[in-house]
Design a binder for this molecule. Structure first.
Ligand code: NIG
Ligand code: FE
Length: 435
């Protein structure tokens, strides 16, 4: 071992799920914990990790360019947020009163508000506006310890505006230290201009949007809001299979409010993940387990919508042995928060997940929901050196001491980008616009 670019020392507790594969069922509880640890990094990859004694013996002749001491803090793999609607214009606090007076999420949408209101704001916004707003959210996520985030389109609902959102996500990926993974979600709602003509809008998605998104390589995944009054199972199948033919792996907003059969569809078409799942049936969960679909649960959304019902995480883990992942669902309507740590707390409170299950869901299972289990999501030799440094003595402390940010530092691809709760990285390329 001749050269080390960065040696991270003074790790009081190094915590990671093992391996690259999704951790299913009871495996979600098995995390490796190493006390008094170090991590050695070269060219952005982990080259050694373990107890300080073992690794320092190994590095006795190595030339170490830089050493940082994290002061006895806990270190986990960089957190992965595998479901967000990152790029959008405006906000929807004007709907708060309607929500509080008891008007449902789907009723607000049916009245032309909700997603359709954000579609209008996104249409009016310039690329620079969208970039600046999403950039601020990415900084917030980073400060909370997230190193990779998924970003869906779906507030364009026209060829031009869907491409606008996706191009902004691509620019952000090129310039911001976080990795952004794009999902095309032209089927997020039926636009007002196509009211009552959903199938004609789907023609536009499959004939014009998908070919262009694929040609410009603007997304890796294709997602559909399969829900009563939005897109049916048949319509979702048509879009997702066409997306698959263009090389976009299927994801699906499934059974969030009504038991429509979205989980069953996810199994049938071999989706990489199915999201929400509050109303998923046993048959649906069994189909997901049979076909290796990852459930991405979004407890911030059910909390913020004031629902009494929550996703059945315990059944998913204990009965169906599924590899549960967690995400914020950050969006301007059902879940306006970038905080994955709030989601961790809600996963404990409302989904009854254990601290070990929660960290597995936010790291290796989330990484696999983005097809990146071989690169990120765990601390292992050869994987990207993405690490989150936490001001917390142990995993249980994260959901226990709630409503604050525990992240002290973040290392991304071997570079220290957050230190002492401050972003210290320089950015490449495009600058943030003046505000
Ligand atoms: O995942 N359910 C559909 N889409 C988003 C909400 C989008 C919005 O309300 O703007 C979700 O919750
Ligand atoms: Fe969503």
């Amino acid at each position: 071992m001749e050269r080390i670019d960065l040696l991270v020392t003074g790790i009081g507790r190094l915590v990671t799920p093992p391996g690259d594969d999704p951790r299913c069922g009871q495996q979600m509880k098995e995390v490796h914990v190493i006390m008094d640890a170090v991590v050695a990094i070269r060219e952005g990859r982990i080259v050694a990790f373990g107890t300080a004694k073992d690794v320092l013996d190994l590095l006795i002749d190595a030339e170490i360019a830089e050493t940082i001491d994290v002061g006895g803090r806990m270190v986990t793999p960089g957190l992965v947020d595998p479901h967000t609607h990152l790029v959008h214009g405006g906000s929807r606090e004007h709907e708060l009163g309607m929500k509080r007076s008891g008007i449902s999420y789907l009723d607000i949408l049916a009245q032309g508000g909700g997603i359709l209101s954000t579609v209008q704001s996104t249409h009016m916004a310039s690329e620079q506006d969208l970039y600046d707003k999403a950039h601020r959210s990415l900084n917030e996520m980073l400060l909370h310890g997230v190193t990779t985030v998924e970003a869906k389109s779906g507030y364009g609902l026209s060829l031009e505006d869907e491409l606008k959102q996706l191009r902004v996500a691509k620019q952000l990926n090129d310039t911001h230290p976080l990795d952004i993974v794009s999902t095309f979600m032209g089927a997020h709602a039926v636009p007002l201009a196509y009211k009552g003509r959903a199938d004609e809008y789907i023609d536009l998605i499959v004939d014009e949007m998908l070919p262009k998104v694929a040609e410009e390589k603007l997304a890796e995944f294709c997602d559909v809001f399969c829900e009563q009054g939005v897109f049916s199972v048949e319509q979702s199948r048509r879009i997702l299979l066409k997306g698959k033919a263009y090389g976009l792996l299927p994801k699906i907003h499934a059974d969030e409010i009504e038991s429509l059969g979205g989980a069953e569809l996810a199994g049938e078409i071999g989706a990489i993940s199915a999201e929400h799942l509050l109303a998923a049936t046993d048959i649906g969960l069994a189909a997901m387990a049979k076909h290796g679909v990852i459930p991405v649960l979004l407890p911030g959304t059910s909390f913020n919508l004031g629902l009494v019902k929550h996703a059945r995480a315990r059944d998913m883990i204990d009965t169906y042995e599924l590899p549960v992942a967690l995400a914020t669902d950050y969006n301007p309507g059902s879940c306006p928060t970038e905080s994955i740590q709030l989601v961790m707390m809600l996963a404990s409170l409302n989904l009854k997940m254990t601290p070990e299950e929660i960290i597995t869901a936010c790291t290796i299972n989330a990484a696999n929901a983005l097809g990146r289990g071989d690169r990120i999501g765990s601390i292992a030799v050869g994987k990207c050196a993405d690490l989150t440094i936490l001001d917390a003595p142990n995993l249980a402390y994260l959901p226990y001491h709630f409503g604050i940010n525990h992240t002290f530092g973040v290392i991304k691809d071997g570079n220290v980008i957050v230190w002492d709760r401050t972003i210290v990285a320089k950015e490449s390329g495009r600058e943030e616009g003046a505000r």
